[in-house]
Structures are given as structure tokens and as C-alpha cells.
Design a protein around this ligand. Structure first.
Ligand SMILES: Nc1ncnc2c1ncn2[C@@H]1O[C@H](COP(=O)(O)OP(=O)(O)OP(=O)(O)O)[C@@H](O)[C@H]1O
Ligand SMILES: O=P(O)(O)OC[C@H]1O[C@H](OP(=O)(O)OP(=O)(O)O)[C@H](O)[C@@H]1O
Ligand SMILES: [Mg+2]
Length: 401
């Protein structure tokens, strides 16, 4: 009897799966523990919930926005809010409630910021202890588990980009395996010797494997450095987040065709119940969404102004519109430049204003010069407010409003 088996004998309903690796590449013995304890030594059964223990929406007047308290999303989230004139004031990093001073007297005066771990933000949205949150889509998908109360208000906040992916070793029996289909078709995986996958995504990873027809799979978990698991002989494959791909490469692992489970970036997520039932949440969400959209639309855009000789505004407009990079958001704004002449005023030049994406900036300048533009001024844009944001309309329709 193994050490693990004798240890788990103490628990009547725990099951232990011991897999000998004698027929595997590594000579060490690996133990897999499927541990389910349905009763324990406490007098009454213990129920753990994350968030409030009632089933009712908690009574409160404040509207709560959950932000990541630590980890790689924390700073980027605060930076984004700052760029939207929503700077969060946290007196010290260990204080988990904060405020947004700029909005004290505005529409958002009722808004409280709570710092939480990303997974707890999702759990607390579900339990009704938070109304809004900013986290990665991977966290929403993993801990929200398709819960219909979670609504994506903004699905692309343009930071925290990564993807959740399955990766296998480049070497050994996987050397020539390059797709999920090839992995599923490998004869090695049987009920007795399943494919061993290490992951922190205990919901998404099994769902993905099932959807890909992999029947014989066993999962193990760890809190970090999962990429070491195959080389340590603990797992055959891993499911983890990838952004630059460096960690996979450095650990001799590869992604395979069809192995991407989810593309992720930061999102603004809300509780449907809060949006519908809690007074003020919908208005606050509208305002935050407008600010986010206006800022994100402006990122990477420049205002370009230039002077151009011409006989009238239409003639200048025609010349500008022959150039593909100069059409701006809705078309160029053209105004006459008045100068003194012979005791009166005359118009020889027109000032043009257009918005240009950062990547087309130099090409735009070249095109402007080619059609007679001079005195080209370039300044970054802070906000672009459109008439109405499409995401707001989408949100109302998701809510049936
Ligand atoms: N390369 C990456 N690895 C992990 N997460 C990433 C990566 N790139 C972007 N992210 C996003 O950041 C989130 C990770 O946040 P988390 O708070 O876990 O940060 P962390 O720095 O990994 O902290 P820890 O792992 O110590 O809890 C993910 O949920 C994901 O949305
Ligand atoms: O593709 P890359 O840019 O290499 O990033 C991917 C790695 O980053 C994350 O780990 P993290 O740095 O959060 O360390 P952890 O495993 O301790 O959480 C993730 O779990 C991967 O291991
Ligand atoms: Mg991490």
C-alpha cells in the first residue's frame, strides 16, 4: 500500500487513483489523487460560500466596482481608469476599499471601488456583493462557468491580452503531434493510462477536452509554474495562459493546432441582477462605458491639421479625398484661412483637420504633402465621443430593455 493510500484510508469516502509509470517514459512512480470527502469530522456538514450567504441581493445603496487587488492586471486597470478621468484613490495598498474623487459630485457619486483577487471579483458578482468588475475574460469564463447573470459590458479593454491554450512537449512521443486531432488519436490514452493534464483551469480545461473528443484524461492542479509539470514527469500536457510564449519555449513545450481554448483580454463585466434591480447601476454603467469607449477609440489616433492652397473648400476636399489615408473619421473638416490683402481679406489657404490612426501617420503626412499640404501639426487625441456607443445598445438589448 502506498503512503497516499494509507493516508487516505482515514477518510471513508475519499478515492485514490494510483498510476504506476512503469510503462511510461519516466521511471518514477507518480501518484494521482482524486480526493472527494463528502463528510468530515465536524459535527454538522460545512458549507462554504464565496460572498453573502443569503440568496437575496444584499441591501445596500452604494454601487460596487471590483478591481484586481494584485497581479499583472492591477496597475493596467488603474491606468485605464485614470485615462478616463476616473482616478482611483487608495490611501494605502492594504486598504481594500477606495474612492474615485473626481466623481464625488457627478453622476457616479454612489460608486465604491473594492479591490479583490480577480477570481473573487467574478464570484462576488455572482453572489451579488459586487455590481461591476474589471478582470480578464479567462477569469470570467473559468469562475463564471457560463452563469447567465454575468454580462460583458465591454469585451475589449485592450490590455491583459493572452490566450488559454493546451501545450505539449516538443520531444518524446509528442514530437510529431501537431494538432488536437492527432493528440486525441494517440493510442497511448486509455482508461488505465489517461492523458495527464496539469492546469489551474479546472472548469474550462475539462470542458475543452470533452468537446475535442478526448475521453481518457486526468487533471492535476498547481498554483503556478505549470510549465514544469511535463519535464518533472507530473503531467503529459498543460493548459495555461500564454502571452509572449516565452515560458512555453523555455520549457520545451509547444502549442498545437486547435489547442487554443480562449482568447482573453480585460473586460468590464456586470451582474445582470444589479443592472436591472439595483437603483443607479445602469446609469453608472452607461457613464463608465461612454468614458471607456471614448478613450479607447481615441487611443492610437492623432489629429492632423495642415494648410492647403486652394480656390474653394470643395476643390480642396476633392483633392484630399483622392488620398486613401486622409479621409478621417467622417471626412475632412475644411475651413478658410483669412489673410489681409489690399485693405481687405482674402482666402488663399484652407485649414484641414482630420483624425489619423497612429500606424498611418507618416503615410498621411506624405500624402498631405503630395497634394500641397504645408504647416502640418499633429497632436494626440484624448477622447472621441460618438453619438451613441454600439455597446450600450447591445447591453440594453441583452437586458431586454
Ligand atoms: N502571460 C500571462 N499569464 C497570466 N495571465 C495573464 C498573462 N497575460 C495576461 N494575463 C491576464 O492577467 C490575469 C492574471 O492575473 P493574476 O492576478 O493571476 O496575475 P498574476 O501576475 O499571474 O498573479 P498570480 O499568478 O500570482 O496570482 C489573467 O487572468 C489574464 O487575464
Ligand atoms: O507566454 P508568457 O509571456 O511566457 O506568459 C505565460 C506565463 O505567465 C503566467 O505565469 P505567471 O508569470 O503569472 O507566473 P505564475 O505561474 O507563478 O502565476 C502564466 O501562468 C504562464 O506561466
Ligand atoms: Mg500568474
Amino acid at each position: 500500500m502506498s503512503v497516499a493510500q494509507s493516508f487516505f484510508q482515514q477518510f471513508p469516502s475519499a478515492s485514490v487513483n494510483t498510476l504506476s509509470s512503469s510503462s511510461r517514459s519516466s521511471p518514477s512512480v507518480r501518484i494521482y489523487v482524486k480526493f472527494t470527502v463528502s463528510c468530515c469530522s465536524l459535527a454538522s456538514p460545512l458549507t462554504l460560500v464565496n460572498g453573502n450567504t443569503d440568496n437575496k441581493a444584499p441591501e445596500r445603496n452604494e454601487i460596487r466596482l471590483g478591481l484586481p487587488s494584485k497581479g499583472r492586471m492591477a496597475t493596467d486597470t488603474l491606468d485605464l481608469l485614470k485615462d478616463c478621468q476616473l482616478s482611483v484613490r487608495q490611501v494605502n495598498p492594504r486598504q481594500y476599499v477606495a474612492e474615485i474623487p473626481q466623481v464625488r459630485d457627478a453622476n457616479l457619486s454612489n460608486l465604491e471601488v473594492w479591490f479583490q483577487r480577480p477570481k473573487d471579483i467574478v464570484r462576488k458578482l455572482v453572489s451579488g456583493d459586487l455590481d461591476l468588475g474589471i478582470v480578464g475574460l479567462d477569469t470570467v469564463s473559468e469562475y463564471g462557468q457560463g452563469n447567465e447573470d454575468l454580462i460583458l459590458v465591454h469585451d475589449a479593454l485592450e490590455f491583459g491580452d493572452c490566450h488559454l491554450s493546451l501545450a505539449i512537449p516538443r520531444y518524446g512521443i509528442f514530437e510529431n503531434i501537431n494538432s488536437m486531432k492527432e493528440l486525441a488519436d494517440m493510442p497511448q490514452w486509455t482508461a488505465e493510462k489517461p492523458l495527464r493534464v496539469a492546469t489551474g483551469f479546472a472548469y474550462l480545461a475539462p470542458k475543452f477536452m470533452r468537446e475535442n473528443g478526448l475521453k481518457h484524461v486526468i487533471f492535476s492542479t498547481a498554483d503556478g509554474a505549470l510549465e514544469a509539470a511535463p519535464a518533472m514527469g507530473i503531467a503529459d500536457a498543460i493548459v495555461d495562459l500564454v502571452s509572449s510564449g516565452t515560458t512555453l519555449r523555455e520549457n520545451n513545450l509547444k502549442e498545437i493546432e486547435g489547442g487554443i481554448i480562449l482568447e482573453s483580454e480585460a473586460v468590464l463585466v456586470a451582474s445582470r441582477k444589479s443592472l436591472i434591480q439595483r437603483k443607479g447601476v445602469l446609469d453608472i454603467t452607461h457613464e463608465i462605458l461612454e468614458r471607456l469607449e471614448a478613450h479607447l477609440r481615441a487611443v492610437g489616433q492623432f489629429t492632423v491639421t495642415a494648410n492647403m492652397r486652394g480656390s474653394n473648400a470643395e476643390e480642396v476636399a476633392e483633392r484630399i479625398l483622392t488620398q486613401p489615408s486622409l479621409s478621417g473619421l467622417q471626412g475632412p473638416t475644411i475651413s478658410p484661412v483669412f489673410c489681409k490683402r489690399n485693405g481687405g481679406v482674402a482666402v488663399d489657404y484652407y485649414a484641414i483637420v482630420i483624425c489619423v490612426p497612429k500606424k498611418a501617420l507618416y503615410k498621411s503626412v506624405q500624402q498631405l504633402r503630395a497634394i500641397g499640404g504645408s504647416g502640418v501639426l499633429i497632436s494626440p487625441l484624448t477622447y472621441i465621443f460618438d453619438e451613441e456607443t454600439p455597446r450600450w445598445r447591445e447591453l440594453l438589448s441583452k437586458l431586454g430593455l
